[in-house]
Design a protein around this ligand. Structure first.
Ligand code: CDP
Length: 206
């Protein structure tokens, strides 16, 4: 079974994907990490984020496992990822790896922005996770504070607005719910409630 989970920054899609994968015993790929790692590799080599050729080379060089999440999860890297993610050739390069992950015999859970629309349009279950920008900014601030990063709520809310706009308006694979996706608004739901709501979208066992 392939489960595709999409949604904007800090909507809760990653947490939900992890919980569903653990519950179902399926492998999970957080596709945002691929874009974050591409941006990180570019910046580590003193490259520019809008240099398409260098960005594709960085994307090609990624190992799909062993991401150094501590270096990738920061606020600046989310923003940088969204810039390289708007380069069509980068998306094309990373698409193949995501598709082959999804096509494992046992299935997989993938979360991102274009999983249900572009990477796995054939997914068995698609969930589009949203939450109000204010709620998402609060969650991100808590997450950053938990990691000891500065967590200025107003700046994070602004980041979220800028990123929503860039991710939704780009020409290739914009952030959009697939027509057959289940909508899940987690504004008023905690992690457990969101998980229970998502379980209702799964096909009945047996
Ligand atoms: O957790 P958060 O949503 O902040 O970040 P993420 O999911 O790691 O994604 C970081 C950025 O990568 C996003 O703002 C998107 O621009 C890009 N991305 C994408 O374009 N397509 C994906 N499948 C996943 C991420």
């Amino acid at each position: 079974m392939i489960i595709a989970i999409d949604g904007p920054a800090a909507s809760g899609k990653g947490t939900l994907a992890k919980k569903l994968a653990a519950h179902l015993g399926l492998p999970h790929l957080d596709t945002g990490l691929l874009y974050r790692a591409t941006a990180r590799a570019l910046l580590d080599a003193d490259g520019r984020l809008d240099d398409a050729r260098a960005a594709v080379a960085a994307a090609r060089g990624l190992a799909l496992t062993d991401f150094d999440e501590a270096r990738l999860r920061g606020r600046a890297m989310g923003e940088a990822a969204s810039v390289v993610a708007a380069i069509p050739a980068v998306r094309e390069t990373l698409a193949a790896a995501q598709r082959s992950f999804a096509l494992r015999p046992e299935g997989a859970v993938l979360d991102g922005r274009d999983i249900g629309t572009v990477i796995c349009p054939e997914a068995d279950v698609k969930i589009f996770v949203t939450a109000s920008p204010q709620t998402r900014a609060q969650r991100r601030a808590l997450e950053l504070a938990g990691r000891g990063e500065p967590a200025d709520y107003a700046a994070i809310l602004e980041d979220i607005r800028v990123r929503d706009e860039r991710d939704s308006s780009r020409a290739v694979a914009p952030l959009r719910a697939a027509p057959d996706a289940h909508a899940l608004d987690t504004t008023a739901l905690d992690v457990e409630a969101a998980f229970r709501a998502a379980l209702r979208f799964l096909p009945a066992a047996g």
